[in-house]
Write a protein that binds this ligand. Structure first.
Ligand code: BGC
Length: 360
């Protein structure tokens, strides 16, 4: 079969090449890949900055955002041929730390977890893959056009689920939320909070009136351009913020994000930033604000099965309430043989998706 591969730590090594067909082990299902989305992590891996190949392989099959159709499955397993499925990304550490053995490998303690398409496991950018059905989440057929967004949506879902759990520390009725960053995760987090009835503002660098501004407006979400309002001033310009969701990937925005959260509020840090970019933050003033305001700031990465299920539910609700809106987040679909071209960002890109097979 053909797959999109890279040689980890080697820039510009991306290739579409023949690789051996997957051979399902006992208990595993075989899935035909329909689509795989591209994200910042894929760009980093392709640039040679991140990722690791399986120990016995010179290359890594790329791709962790996925949608496929089950071709064969062991009898009595949780999936059957013809099911539309999305597989989770991370697999437990060999030590079996407490979170990993409790089904929460997204919280792995040892750091020895593996991730499909990222760390030591083949990704989903291949015509087929084999997997244990325990890591697959079934998706209703009518979500076929948007289901490739499930994985990026899980990043938002985990952040929000954790925030709501943390906030059980008191009676809490969140009303105002700010999302920093209008990439796919930022937009999906904004949409998920709007579905929960919050007044949501997204702040990002695109100019006012940009396609993202218009897209957000259609979903009842306010857009502020950091071209016109500096990120440092957002706190003063907005109502008291109950939730701040940081999704920019820009180190310079972390200070404004953690400082924007209001009394009793929570700030979710969900983007991975480059180290080495130094900015100043008055830690004394910031600490004072956190302490006197009973604020929480926490980080979140990856997602477990529960968040994949929540992502499917939110995509269903979004499609019911505003059919077609989610689909507009997918701005380009290209054949997987054009993977190198797909990775070159165009100004209008939100989510670019590689197509491996049509139909269904
Ligand atoms: C993926 C996560 C993964 C993280 C770090 C993200 O792009 O969505 O599943 O844990 O990268 O490798």
């Amino acid at each position: 079969m053909r797959a999109v591969t890279i040689v980890p730590r080697e820039a510009d090594s991306l290739r579409v090449q023949e690789v051996p067909d997957p051979a399902p082990a006992a208990g595993e299902a075989l899935v035909r890949v329909l689509e795989s989305g591209l994200c910042g992590t894929d760009a980093e891996i392709t640039a040679g900055l991140y990722g690791a190949a399986p120990p016995d392989s010179p290359y890594l099959i790329l791709g962790h955002e996925n949608l496929g159709i089950v071709e064969s499955a062991p009898t009595g397993s949780a999936v059957t041929p013809g099911d539309l499925v999305v597989s989770t990304v991370r697999r437990p550490c060999p030590e079996g730390c407490l979170p990993c053995r409790s089904g929460q490998n997204d919280m792995c303690l040892t750091g020895h977890y593996r991730e499909r398409g990222i760390q030591e496991l083949p990704g989903f950018m291949s015509e087929r893959y084999a997997e244990d059905p325990a890591y697959m989440v079934r998706v209703p057929r009518h979500l076929r056009p948007v289901a490739v967004l499930v994985e990026p949506m899980t990043v938002a879902q985990k952040g929000l689920e954790q925030a709501f759990r943390i906030q059980q520390r008191m009676p809490w009725e969140p009303r105002h939320a700010l999302v920093l960053g209008a990439g796919p995760v930022g937009l999906l987090a904004a949409a998920a909070m709007r579905l929960r009835g919050l007044e949501v503002t997204v702040a990002s660098r695109e100019a006012p009136g940009s396609p993202r501004d218009e897209l957000l407006g259609q979903a009842g979400i306010r857009y502020l351009s950091t071209e016109t309002i500096p990120a440092e001033e957002l706190r003063q310009r907005l109502d008291r913020l109950d939730i701040v969701f940081e999704a920019t990937g820009a180190a310079a925005l972390i200070g404004p994000a953690v400082s924007a959260v209001g009394t009793d509020g929570v700030c979710i840090l969900a983007s991975v930033t480059e180290a080495g970019r130094k900015t100043t933050l008055d830690l004394g003033a910031w600490n004072r604000q956190m302490v006197l305001g009973n604020c929480v700031v926490f980080g979140t990465v990856n997602a477990n099965r529960r968040h994949f299920e929540a992502a499917v539910r939110d995509l269903e609700t979004a499609e019911e309430r505003q059919p077609g809106w989610m689909g507009r987040l997918i701005t380009r679909r290209l054949p997987f043989t054009d993977a190198a071209r797909a990775l070159v960002r165009e100004p209008s890109d939100i989510k670019t998706v590689l197509v491996f097979a049509g139909g269904c």
